[in-house]
Ligand binder design. Structure first.
Ligand SMILES: [Zn+2]
Length: 104
């Protein structure tokens, strides 16, 4: 198996440890998957506000473009919530013995 040096952690790793990048001459990213993930996480944490704002814009755009689909997903979510709530209530509901008033 061929190996390549990661430009971030300077370690030699198998080519399978690198994500693909068609723009690169060898077709692989210069940072290994581990470093890429760490970088991605750090970026996300440092720009959480922007990342979330972008996500909101993207999802609202998607919702506009896929109105029917979005409605169906929302409906399914609501049903699931109602189901979960029903189960919770059923679980906490007193049994028949407990419901009987004392002394009857
Ligand atoms: Zn690395």
């Amino acid at each position: 198996m061929r190996s390549k040096r990661c430009s971030c952690c300077i370690a030699y790793k198998a080519e399978s440890e690198f994500n693909r990048d068609s723009r690169k001459r060898d077709g692989l990213k210069s940072c290994c998957k581990t470093c890429h993930q760490a970088k991605h996480r750090a970026y996300r944490l440092a720009n959480l506000h922007d990342v979330r704002a972008r996500g909101r814009v993207a999802s609202s755009k998607w919702r506009e473009a896929n109105h029917e689909k979005a409605l169906a997903i929302e409906r399914r979510w609501r049903e699931k919530q109602a189901d979960a709530k029903g189960n919770r209530e059923r679980k906490n509901r007193p049994t028949r013995a407990e419901q009987r008033p004392i002394g009857s």
